[in-house]
Design a protein around this ligand. Structure first.
Ligand code: C2E
Ligand code: CA
Ligand code: CA
Length: 753
């Protein structure tokens, strides 16, 4: 078919060539007419072939082929007959053959359009209407009105004369409407059709002007202009129809209505000034254009707003109103740029500590409120240009484009500081701690995914170390997997002999007798050897395994104590419980069952709690502590002096003992301030009717000093390191022997192992 089109183009080119005087002489004008006739005929055949091969557009193309064929016949008739008559009749049979092309084209365009309309966004139809009305107004004002004023002759002559430009303009209006409705991207087919129609219209206008001036002669370049129009339309039939649906967003949406609207306003003004009689159609069309353009603009505005809303919703976290994960990732991608461009960025991942406890104890509405408040607070600590997002759950993330390590750390500090003041949720005061991991671009990762992963690893390290923020370091990378493995191993070890208790004796300073022991957990790991609690407990706590741990430890300690008490009925045991244990309302029940199972009186069991027990949910912790106390279990404040101590809570907690932290005891001999603290704490404890235990007693001078100040109990390497159960029994016997030998008031002189 390309060959057919090529032949058509060649024919037209040759036809143009014959207009060159020298060539014209040669062909004597005859060849020109033959070429013209042949061109129209070939065009009609090509379109007919297309109609045959196209199933969908057969009718449209068929009508066009017929119209074109008749048009060619009209041409042939004109050349053969009409032009030789004097005077030349107007209108003639040639006109009757030419004019049917237009209705054929209208119907064809209509059919093509109908198929496309289905794919168009409704508002685009309005664009088409605006364009049609606007072009119509222009055409009437600048073409029809002048023509009407210029054309004379018989009524039939005037009507036929005007029929051509009017028909052309109508076609042009339709094509422009399609252009507008397709967002000015109608595709090759419509461009060719538009070009053909426009060419036809120009040729018809020139023809009319020449007729009016009496200068028209057939067989000039004008005949070829018509032919060019036909070639363009035939090519349009063969071009593939547009597939891409028109775009419905972007600034260009508004350009069409705006342009036509402005033109229409101009026309309104102009018509009212100049065209008095014929102004009405122009006025009506212009007004119509403006009205539809306004409607279209309103619609565009609404659609755009809906679009913006939808986009915003897709990018914000519903709960906090902050950016969501999707938005965060987009911004992060944008911040990264190319590594060689020297771009920098910092990623911070923040995870609230013990948020699960808040949700569990107060319910999700309170948890949600807290997250909202946390979001607001974090915003206060944000640097300019940074983006804060909620990634889900209690995890927040920050990206700071261009930031280096210093800036990233400063931001982490600022964010932590923003959360320092407790949150007040309708009278419920909650402390929120956060663990922050940092990763930097490009040194820690080149992709957004990688950076987040590294920040996540650093964040987990921060949680594990209870030290925030942590900057990613490659060494941490191996740690993440190791921790997962370790946790799985610990779960398995919970029911095995791998978990053991070591007992550290507690010495009554007044009598020199051992009153009991603190049970300290050890993990006899199959490959890594004996592990101390610091190496695994934080991980276990994070995994929520503490309830199982405390039950296991208490049962084992009471089992041992049950045995020991047969020979020494005054012995007691102390067990450590974590803050999360005290959020567990099942704890008192578990303790009471264990005491009953091992037939140990509650007074022989001391639970050591740390000062931060009140941090998560003070009311619940107090409730659990009271229940434990009601059972008769002794309670002791461990690591006293290191937490957020306040004398107020000493009054609130139902405790019987304070364990002064070893950091004070260590320096009690060398540092006067430590000495003052220890001494006054001993007095304070006694004033409050409690017992005081000094932990971390490492040498004899410290022991002497403490005894001199009236400290009740001492525990530390100087007395003994923590010992396995059987070793503890042996040590106890040796100690009793020693005491007997020295007289019951003697104190140990050195560490016994
Ligand atoms: P803690 O409750 O303060 O336990 C005392 C820690 O001090 C023990 O470390 C003990 O070995 C160590 N220690 C004893 N005497 C001295 C001394 O003279 N000098 C020094 N520098 N240290 C001394 P350990 O066994 O590594 O336990 C560490 C922590 O792990 C404990 O601190 C306790 O908070 C926790 N923990 C141990 N067992 C358990 C348990 O069964 N449950 C819970 N929840 N926590 C436990
Ligand atoms: Ca302890
Ligand atoms: Ca302690």
């Amino acid at each position: 078919m390309t060959c057919g089109l090529a032949l058509l183009v060649v024919l037209v080119a040759v036809s143009f060539a014959t207009l060159i005087p020298a060539v014209h002489e040669l062909t004597a004008g005859l060849a020109y007419e033959v070429l013209q006739d042949a061109s129209y005929l070939l065009g009609a055949v090509l379109v007919a072939v297309r109609a045959r091969s196209s199933e969908q557009d057969r009718l449209a193309y068929g009508l066009f082929a017929l119209g074109l064929f008749l048009y060619g016949c009209g041409n042939a008739y004109y050349y053969a007959v009409v032009q030789h008559l004097t005077p030349e009749p107007f209108p003639s049979l040639a006109d009757a053959l030419w004019l049917p092309l237009y209705p054929a084209l209208y119907v064809a365009v209509g059919l093509l359009l109908r198929k496309q309309l289905v794919r168009w966004h409704p508002s685009l139809w309005l664009d088409g209407l605006v364009a049609a009305l606007g072009t119509g107004a222009l055409a009437v004002a600048f073409v029809l009105v002048p023509l009407l004023q210029g054309v004379h002759g018989s009524r039939a002559a005037v009507v036929v004369n005007l029929a051509y430009p009017v028909a052309d303009l109508l076609l042009l209006v339709a094509v422009v409407a399609v252009f507008a409705a397709s967002g000015w991207r109608p595709g090759v087919q419509w461009w060719l059709l538009g070009a053909g129609t426009a060419t036809f219209a120009v040729a018809d206008l020139v023809y009319l002007l020449q007729i009016a001036e009496g200068t028209f002669t057939p067989g000039t370049w004008l005949d070829d202009v018509w032919l060019v129009g036909v070639v363009s339309m035939v090519a349009a039939v063969w071009a593939s129809p547009p597939r891409r649906p028109a775009a419905v967003e972007g600034w260009h949406l508004i350009v069409g209505p705006l342009a036509f609207g402005s033109v229409a306003v101009g026309l309104l003004v102009w018509s009212s000034v100049t065209l008095v009689h014929e102004a009405l159609p122009v006025t009506v069309l212009s007004a119509g254009t403006i009205a539809v353009a306004l409607l279209r603009t309103t619609l565009t505005f609404r659609e755009q707003r809906a679009l913006v809303d939808a986009q915003r919703q897709a990018r914000t976290d519903e709960l906090t109103g902050l950016a969501n994960r999707r938005c965060f990732l987009e911004q992060l991608e944008a911040a990264l740029g190319r590594p060689q461009s020297g771009a920098r960025a910092a990623v911070l991942l923040l995870d609230l500590d013990r948020f699960k406890e808040v949700n569990d104890s107060f319910g999700h509405p309170v948890g949600d409120d807290l997250l909202r408040l946390v979001g607001c607070r974090l915003m206060e600590g944000m640097p300019a240009g940074g983006l804060l997002a909620r990634m889900g759950g209690d995890e927040f993330a920050v990206v700071i484009p261009g930031a280096d390590e210093i800036q990233a750390l400063a931001t982490a500090e600022a964010l932590t500081a923003a959360l320092a003041v407790p949150f007040d949720l309708d009278g419920l005061v909650l402390h929120v701690d956060v663990s922050t991991g940092l990763a930097l671009y490009p040194q820690h990762g080149q992709s957004s995914h990688r950076l987040l992963q590294q920040a996540d690893i650093a964040m987990y390290e921060a949680k594990r170390q209870r030290l925030s923020p942590v900057l990613f370091h490659p060494v941490l990378h191996g740690g993440a997997r190791q921790r997962m493995e370790m946790l799985a191993e610990f779960r398995a070890a919970l029911d095995t002999e791998q978990l053991v208790l070591h007992y550290q004796p507690q010495l009554q300073l007044g009598t020199g007798q051992v009153v009991g022991a603190e049970a300290l957990m050890r993990w006899q790991h199959p490959t890594r050897g004996l592990l101390f609690p610091d190496a695994f407990l934080p991980l276990v706590e994070q995994a929520g395994l503490m309830p199982a741990v405390v039950t296991r430890v208490v049962n084992e300690a009471l089992r041992d104590l049950h045995t020991w008490r047969r020979s020494d009925p005054a012995l007691t045991v102390a067990v450590n419980v974590s803050a999360s244990n005290l959020q567990d309302r099942r704890l008192p029940g578990a303790m009471s069952r264990a005491l009953a199972d091992w037939e140990v009186p509650a007074e022989a069991l001391t639970l050591e709690i740390t000062e931060n027990v009140l941090m998560a949910d003070a009311d619940r912790a107090l409730e659990v502590l009271s229940a434990l106390r009601a059972l008769g279990i002794r309670l002791s404040v461990d690591d006293y002096g290191t937490g957020y101590s306040s004398l107020g809570y000493l009054r609130a907690l139902p405790v019987q003992e304070l364990k002064l932290d070893r950091s004070f005891v260590r320096d009690v001999v060398s540092d006067p301030r430590s000495a003052a603290i220890v001494r006054s704490t001993i007095d304070l404890t006694h004033e409050l009717g409690m017992q005081i235990v000094a932990e971390g007693v490492e040498d004899a001078p410290a022991l002497q000093v403490l005894r001199g100040w009236g400290c009740d109990v001492a525990q530390g390497y100087h007395v003994s390191v923590p010992l396995p159960a059987d070793a503890f029994v042996g040590w106890l016997a040796a100690h009793e022997q020693d005491l007997l030998r020295r007289g019951r008031t003697a104190l140990p002189t050195g560490p016994v192992t």
